[in-house]
Write a protein of this length. Sequence first.
Length: 164
Amino acid sequence: MLSKSLGCSYLEADDFHSQANKEKMSKGIPLTDEDRIPWLETLRDAIRKKLESCETVIVTCSALQKKYREILRCADPEYKCGDYRNCKLKFVCLDAPMEVLASRIIVRSKNGKHFMPVSLLQSQLELLQIDKAEGIHMVDATVSLQYILDSIVALLSNNKLNSM
Ligand SMILES: Nc1ncnc2c1ncn2[C@@H]1O[C@H](COP(=O)(O)OP(=O)(O)OP(=O)(O)O)[C@@H](O)[C@H]1O
Ligand SMILES: O=C(O)[C@H](O)[C@@H](O)[C@H](O)[C@H](O)CO
């Protein structure tokens, strides 16, 4: 929705998972760093290609930990570790309480549309770690999709990302 509204390209991180990672998650087994690092590196390389051709790209990704986001930030060849403000990659966190996320995942898995079972939600939230210094904007994800879209477009057009 956001990429369409901006007229830019879009990458969904789940499309970069290996079959083995997807099978593991569908069995309710949380991924480890060993599983995640090659996945994040492949996604990083895909983002880098977009940046090299001066494209804007929207990426949706459960980049739960700072160290995972650091891998993605390296898609910007000029990124210097910790220099979040000057990094070309900007992060927005779609924030919702566990119960809301759980009910959405349950509906989605009932439709057979996704490999992610609700049993993995707890382990995902336990990993979620955001350092204030990263300047990541939290966007309320309990509201309508249109309102979420408008909030992110406003952050982008006011150049507010990374300026907390
Ligand atoms: N603001 C919203 N209001 C109502 N339903 C929503 C909203 N956002 C997402 N959903 C629903 O929640 C489910 C999960 O959304 P979606 O697949 O976009 O999440 P995601 O962030 O990509 O999740 P994951 O990281 O697990 O892939 C979908 O069925 C979607 O329709
Ligand atoms: O790092 C991980 O454990 C995975 O990337 C997960 O976060 C799922 O793929 C995602 O939540 C479902 O979309």
